[in-house]
Design a protein around this ligand. Sequence first.
Ligand code: ZN
Length: 234
Amino acid sequence: MSYCVNCGVELEASLRECPLCHTPVMNPREIGRELPPSPYPTAKGQVEVVKRKDLGILVTVVLTAAAVTCLLLNLLVFSASLWSLIVIGCCLCLFVFLFPAIFYSRMPVWLMLLADGASVAVCLFLFTFVTAEDAWFVQLGLPIVAFLTVCAEIFPLLSRFFPLSILPCALCVFTEIPAFCVALELRIRHYLKQPAHIVWSAVVLTVCVIIDIALVTILTKKRLRNEVRRRLHF
Ligand SMILES: [Zn+2]
């Protein structure tokens, strides 16, 4: 049994230097003798890091396979309705949602949101073939998706003109939420042919107005703004 002269660690007979401190091993009794083979593997057992391209191939193949197999199953076996269009629509949405993360990370945010909104609209349109009537799509689905897309597009649009921090973003969110709720309730009432007035969205509106007033006060008073930033660490 050998030990390192420098750090004292126990040494394997085949080692030419200490694995810890790299001090050369010289055993006078071993000079001239062939060293036994090293017990440690020479190849590094590291797995290559997965690239985005590989992930993209996997996602594309899985989603395409899911869509195609469901379509075939629909056409050949369970052909009472076009239910596979729901699966195809969901696969399309997933693909569009994942596209910027996997294939094109430099995609502008506004374009990404527009593509997301369009894919959801197409998905809902495909659902109309299953529900056999499209009034809900024209009067509810499409306007709601369009409104949500516009709400989301406001953020990249605003960030073009001035840097968005958390407080103005929160103000924007708490303005958009009641606007969306009021529009949604009015749309639903219009679809159900009910008189146009707001009930539950009025509650949301009230709460959000109070939050907005608080946020505007904080934003306009420098000392308050700094105190909030200091306490919440942003
Ligand atoms: Zn050593």
